[in-house]
Design a protein around this ligand. Structure first.
Ligand code: ZN
Length: 284
């Protein structure tokens, strides 16, 4: 009889379905909240995750008189209008050190950042891109193949016109004017073609050469031809060990800090004539 009494004392099923302590009420409330948060997150994603577009140029301006034009020459007017696109759209220009700080502490990054980089350190930048950046108060980042400073782009022979690569004095002046000088390896050989020891020496020596000539070691690396070598993860480990904070490929889109980053294989936007940043960065 005790058993029957217990059953009779129970409340009718569903009588307290909407009272606050009811587990169903809490369940639906939690579901609603989670769903709302998920939808908000999706909608706000591009606004809350910092995005950094890293522009990668080679030469800006006209080829030398005895040369010929290639896609790697961006006419000055086009270069200026590409940079102005970012200015007008309210993107924040980052120096190399601001970028490295942002890598270590993402909340320091602006919602939309842009860093302007140049591979090979062509001497001609001094009268083309660098004054255009200075006029806009935009910092530049130059990747120099340290073993070729003051020489020519012999690695491009027959493919690109011969161009002078800045010497250390020029690089020192660029640095004093606010440009950051970083590593593009030492000899500009593709890392794919190098033995392990040689590859490691390129990483270490180019960083040291910059420290020796310019007073501060490189913290960024742009792979020659954008290639990290045959085993990207191994190169990444060596680059980190050598003291680099990040390394760049050539090509690809913007770096989205809302995703897991491959710090030693970050994409850069390949910039040249007729490249419209608005097309490359649609939706950002
Ligand atoms: Zn290069």
């Amino acid at each position: 009889m005790e058993l029957w009494a217990g059953i009779k004392d129970r409340k009718p099923i569903g009588s307290d379905l909407f009272s606050k302590p009811d587990p169903w009420y809490r369940y639906f409330r939690l579901r609603f909240f989670l769903d709302f948060a998920r939808r908000l997150g999706l909608a706000m994603g591009p606004f809350v995750n910092p995005v950094v577009a890293i522009l990668s140029y080679h030469k800006v301006g006209a080829p030398p008189p005895e040369g010929w034009t290639t896609w790697n020459y961006t006419p000055i007017a086009e270069f200026e209008s590409q940079i102005d696109w970012f200015v007008n759209k309210g993107w924040t220009f980052l120096s190399a050190s601001a970028f490295v700080e942002g890598l270590q502490n993402t909340p320091l990054l602006p919602r939309r950042g842009v860093m302007v980089t140049f591979d090979d350190a062509y001497a001609s930048l001094e009268s083309s891109a660098l004054p255009a950046l200075a006029a806009r108060d935009v910092p530049g980042v130059v990747f120099v193949p340290t073993g070729l400073a003051g020489q020519r782009n012999t690695f491009d022979e027959g493919i690109e016109p011969a161009e002078a690569i800045a010497d250390w004095e020029q690089l020192r002046n660029w640095q004093a004017a606010g440009c950051s000088i970083q590593s593009h390896g030492a000899s500009h050989r593709s890392f794919e073609d190098l033995e392990n020891d040689t590859l490691r020496q390129e990483l270490i020596h180019s960083r040291e050469a910059i420290e020796q000539h310019l007073g501060r070691p490189a913290c960024l690396l742009a792979y020659p031809y954008g290639h990290p070598g045959n085993v990207a993860q191994r190169t990444a480990a060596w680059a980190e060990e050598a003291g680099y904070a990040a390394a760049f490929a050539y090509g690809g889109g913007a770096v989205d800090f809302g995703t897991s980053l491959e710090r030693y294989h970050l994409p850069r936007l390949a910039m040249g004539p007729s490249v419209d940043p608005g097309d490359l960065l649609k939706g950002l």
